[in-house]
Design a protein around this ligand. Structure first.
Ligand code: MLT
Length: 261
């Protein structure tokens, strides 16, 4: 599957994988702020933004293989692979399936565990509604309110408005497919100890979707990970606190470059 990808800047390749139910549009501040140091590639995952959905069964592994195909298309041997939330699930699948393509990993507002039974069942119900109603009302009602934190809600109405616009423009069938893919994803916890690539774990202090315990457990299970908490942010650290997010990624990239020399 060929992914529609914004590709800007020079330097170490940095692929950023977006959250659900958004698109590569969420990485605006990263394209603006990181392209002087990195070649920033922000694909739309299957069905989102400008990328087609295709006909494959829902699968996070398939999304990870799309990212490997993107690197092939761009003649990029190895890259820093970063993902936020659903993008993090895809990044973890990429780590399992394509470890030789990694320079570094950024896992933001995500977790390695699979869904609990109730969460899995809830996803399937949401997918069924998206498929039958063919609009994203269920996402606006049930998902949007938990995406950004109270600090953003209070102080940054424009940021919330932007996120709302992105949720509203999500194609319902792509969202249903992604819900089914996330519901079927395996637990990656057991694999973490084998991931040898330096990893930056970022977590919004006000995240209402992924807990701090989840982020800490993942960072502690990874042999070479550092956890940075982002204050004043809910689940969407890259959107809610872009400067802090970009500073952390820039520092991580600089440290990686030093160790590669
Ligand atoms: C996301 O932001 O990508 C979602 O919250 C992921 C999820 O539903 O588990």
């Amino acid at each position: 599957m060929q992914l529609y990808t914004r590709d800007i800047g020079d330097g170490t390749p940095l692929v950023l994988l977006h959250a659900f139910p958004l698109s590569s549009a969420m990485w605006l501040a990263q394209r603006e702020g990181l392209a002087t140091r990195f070649r920033v590639l922000t694909p739309d995952l299957r069905g989102f933004g400008g990328s087609p959905l295709g006909t494959d069964e829902p699968s996070i592994d398939a999304m990870a293989d799309d990212v490997a195909a993107l690197l092939d298309d761009k003649n990029i041997d190895r890259a820093i692979i970063g993902g936020l939330s659903m993008g993090g699930y895809v990044a973890l699948a990429f780590c399992r399936r394509h470890p030789d393509r990694l320079l570094g990993v950024v896992l933001a507002d995500t977790k390695a565990t699979e869904d609990a039974k109730e969460a899995r069942e809830a996803r399937i119900r949401v997918a069924e509604r998206l498929e039958s109603e063919e609009n994203v009302g269920v996402l606006v009602d049930d998902v949007l309110p938990r995406l950004v934190g109270p600090t953003t809600m209070r102080n940054r109405a424009l940021v919330y408005g932007r996120v709302r616009g992105l949720v509203q423009s999500t194609p319902p069938l792509a969202a249903a497919w992604a819900q089914r893919a996330m519901a079927a994803r395996p637990d990656s916890t057991g694999a973490l100890a084998g991931f040898r690539t330096p990893t930056l774990v970022l977590h919004g202090a006000e995240d209402a979707i992924v807990t701090e315990d989840d982020a800490r457990a993942m960072a502690e299970a990874l042999p070479k990970a550092e956890l940075i908490m982002i204050p004043g942010s809910g689940h969407l650290t890259a959107v809610e606190q872009p400067q802090l997010f970009n500073d952390a990624v820039t520092e991580f990239g600089a440290a990686l470059t030093r160790t590669l020399r």
